[in-house]
Write a protein that binds this ligand. Sequence first.
Ligand SMILES: NC(=O)CC[C@H](N)C(=O)O
Length: 208
Amino acid sequence: MPSSTPVIGVLALQGDVREHLIALAEADALARPVRRTEELAEVDALVIPGGESTTMSKLALAFDLMEPLRARVAAGMPVYGSCAGMIMLAEKILDGRDDQQSVGGIDMTVRRNAFGRQNESFESAIDFQGFEGEPVHGVFIRAPWVESVGAGVEVLAELPAADGAESRIVAVRQGNLLATSFHPELTGDHRVHALFVRMVEEALAARS
Ligand SMILES: NC(=O)CC[C@H](N)C(=O)O
């Protein structure tokens, strides 16, 4: 399976699949949609896009993808989740639907639709750990925040405290898993995707 240019799938059950395929291509990865277990088996890594995590959960179960996804994560496949994809990578979901399941893998608790009704969609400059130059332009759309993380989770970005509100964790990494509350695939700034491609290359190099 490993090749010199990593093949990165985008989970294409629901959500902004196309935008991630474009962002990955612009970050010099080979990207393709993944809908079936056979397609999952053929990729080196996966992006879980933004969208609606309750629907994604339902479709992953209906298409018998949930267990194969968990097995690949347990085997060390690199995965990047944005927004709904972050929720899919969380071990614990607050304000989820009762029957909602996640793939899990990151030792964190996320709260769905956490920023409240007045603030359903907003944009904010985000300092992202390790990035040179301009802050990341964070686009938040009915976004989750990370309520708490376990000891093995690295916090990569926080939304600064403002208007009496606390600062909130909005980007994390644990091993080969990366997640952001916001949507870098919508901005044309592909530094987060480039970081993920580097993580994938390092994971493949470590395995060979
Ligand atoms: N933009 C998004 O991905 C929104 C996430 C959505 N609110 C959910 O719970 O899945």
